[in-house]
Design a protein. Sequence first.
Length: 450
Amino acid sequence: VQPKAGPALPFITPVLTFTPEGHGGRGNPTEPRVSADEGMTYVYDTKSGRLSTILNFAAYWYTVVPKVLASLEFWLFLLLHIATFLAYKTGFFSGETGPTSNHELDLAWTDVKVITAITTFFEVFYSNQCYARYLKFHNNTRGMINDAHAFAFVLRTHTGEKCRNHLRLSVRYMVAGILLHFYEIKQKVSEMDLRYLQRLGVLRPGDVQVMVSMQPQHRALITLNWSSIVACMGMKQAEAPPPIQGLLSARLLQIHAHQQEIMDGLGLPVPFAYYHLLSVMVLVNCGMWAYRMALTESWFAPFVYFFASLIFIGVMELSSELSDPFGTDEVDFPLDRWMGEMVELIVEMTEYEFECNHVLGNAGFELVVREEVPMRSGIQDFKILTDDDRHHNMVADSMPPLDHTNPQTVAPPRSAHSSPHSGASYIALSPSSPMLDGGAMGINPYDNQQ
């Protein structure tokens, strides 16, 4: 028994290419860029230790350090610090400096601490708000994809064989509604963008002709409505239970709800007055650090100021990137890859054919149903193997033999082994299962060659 792949829908993956405004330009939709590896792509191990993480120079470009080092204010204040430090070392500041000093050019640390404490509080609050927005956008985006999968799942279950074209058209409109939404987040979708989606197979010429006359912000919802209408038509023709139609429409409305929450969140960032005041506080704080840290005899002062300002400005830069993850920054969502994976699964869900003994579809399932045996009730024999103990003999030693004489003990389900080179875990069950039927075929289930 094996699933048989059918003809794929005319989707090209990666389906979506983004170069939004505010993140490097609008981009040319007729020249898709390969960006499946952009954004949220660096996988790191938290157990490797702090020192190993810092010394991993391959991850340098995935941090905010390059952006901080490319900022003008960082180098201006660093030059101010070095100039003040050299002037102090050459005797320009005559007399004693420090908390009790009365020198006219001295700056007491007690005064600096006031600004630093207030700035730290404001910056931490800003960072928390930006990360909360980041998580909300992530949950809405992934929720939208999950609802799309659920929609295709339910629709295929009830209309797969009888109304295949209704299924294909409905899921195509659903995919188009999702892609149009992400296009409209950053830019006004032009007719050229619609033609690009037509070239990908997501839209048809007639769809583009109708959409050109629509308001750009209405296209995503109207396309989802098209999907709902076609799905209900297919459900009626397939004589599916009426409540399923409401379930499918509810899934599409949930997709729209996720889209609306994203648009509302992007339309309500941290107020500019707060961001402006925080920017002033960060610059004033760095300026005071640059001056006061230079008034010391220690040669380590420039190093301390360098890393202190790098961290302070870096947190500000990282928070600003988290507040809008729909771009091309290192922490932004890999929408190209997510959309490509979504379409790939939906196409597979729509077009696959189940085959058993050259019998397709539900008739093939009937053959499997007649041959099915009861499942064993005990779960204690279940074990997930990793790459370190993937050998079958280890499972044979750890699992008790199946007692066919005991009527309460029945066979486990069919084993599902992945490739030993895939790196994934796989399930190993008793080879004596009648479903495996290894003895009848003269096959040793533990022989890797066989």
